[in-house]
Design a protein around this ligand. Structure first.
Ligand code: NAI
Length: 303
């Protein structure tokens, strides 16, 4: 048939109703992005508690936009009215696109992509927001892997301008074309890449951060000078060591480890001192100490 709703290989879908599964940090932000651009959204989380958290997140975030004068109060009400909530993915039956943003677990994600087969139309696009898992592997759980694609938003989704669109070796070109068009219509800049942990931005960013940590470890330069060089020499808003403190040394280590395991690029072999600092409880800002020390009266000093 020549109906994109029934056949993933047919281009020219009209995306009207979007399902978002998982209403945590990313999912709630993704709901906001679509609702702001006039889509009907169905947000799904495991239980009413999860749904309430997501709803609250959306109300707070749009409330801040109102108080900053970026969104009218009536616009906010309209936006919130475009979002429905559910705890059962069976309620996504009418979705033209589903964006999965649940916990970073291959088993949980595969279970969802398997179950979606029975829920949505055969041509509906199924997307994952995964940062480090294989989109290809997730796609094999669905009977139509050609309609599966990665749509990788950045945190916070309503603010960040980049969306990485990840195609697998079996993603239908029509699906890729329709999704990049959709991302553009959200006011974001889509970039397209293959299915490798880290995609474009994190592969480059974390290789750079790892190199900065390595310079620090070798006592090649002080933390202040490493950071100052990139801020004042390259115009980066923040130096690499301060950025690792912000991301968290534990998270940085995990991301590097995942990319190194999958890509075997030495650029991503975690610098040893990173693991040592994590073991010692120096996690960065959240623990009060990383490469720098932070005043954190509300969180106990661990080191
Ligand atoms: P999170 O932990 O804040 O949210 C996950 C949500 O999924 C929770 O609300 C949880 O209740 C829900 N959930 C878990 N299992 C579920 C299920 N079976 N059905 C429905 N909902 C379920 O996680 P976060 O940070 O939002 O990450 C979500 C995804 O986005 C992950 O794949 C992560 O790799 C990716 N990602 C995260 C970024 C970040 O900066 N946090 C950036 C870009 C992508």
């Amino acid at each position: 048939s020549a109906d994109p709703a029934q056949d993933p290989s047919v281009p020219g879908r009209t995306f009207r109703t979007v399902g978002v599964i998982g209403l945590g940090t990313m999912g709630a932000g993704i709901v906001e992005v679509f609702a702001r651009h006039g889509f009907d959204v169905i947000g799904v989380d495991v239980d009413t508690e999860g749904v309430d958290r997501g709803r609250q997140h959306l109300e707070n975030s749009t409330g801040r936009a109102v108080s900053r004068g970026k969104l009218g109060e009536d616009e906010q009400a309209e936006l919130l009215g475009r979002v429905r909530y559910a705890t059962d993915i069976a309620d996504l039956a009418g979705a033209d696109l589903v964006v999965e943003a649940v916990v970073e677990s291959l088993e949980v994600k595969k279970g969802i992509f398997r179950a979606l087969e029975q829920v949505v139309a055969p041509g509906a696009v199924l997307a994952t927001n995964t940062s480090s898992l294989s989109v290809t592997e997730i796609s094999t759980a669905n009977a139509h892997p050609g309609r599966v694609i990665g749509i990788h938003f950045f945190n916070p989704a309503p603010v960040q301008g980049l969306v990485e669109v990840v195609r697998t070796v079996v993603t239908e070109p029509a699906v890729l074309e329709d999704v990049t068009g959709l991302v553009r219509s959200l006011g974001k800049n889509p970039v397209v890449c293959g299915d490798k942990a880290g995609f474009i931005a994190n592969t480059l960013l974390f290789g750079y951060l790892n190199h900065a940590v390595s310079m620090f470890e070798q006592r090649y330069a002080t933390r202040e000078d490493i950071d100052a060089a990139m801020r004042f020499g390259c115009g980066y808003p923040m130096g690499p060591l301060a950025l690792v403190d912000l991301i968290g040394l534990d998270t940085t280590y995990e991301i590097l480890e995942t990319m190194y395991r999958q890509g075997r690029d030495r650029l991503h072999a975690p610098t040893p001192i990173l693991k040592q600092m994590v073991t010692a409880g120096m996690l960065g800002r959240k623990s009060g100490r990383g490469f720098y020390t932070y005043e954190a009266p509300d969180s106990p000093r661990t080191v």
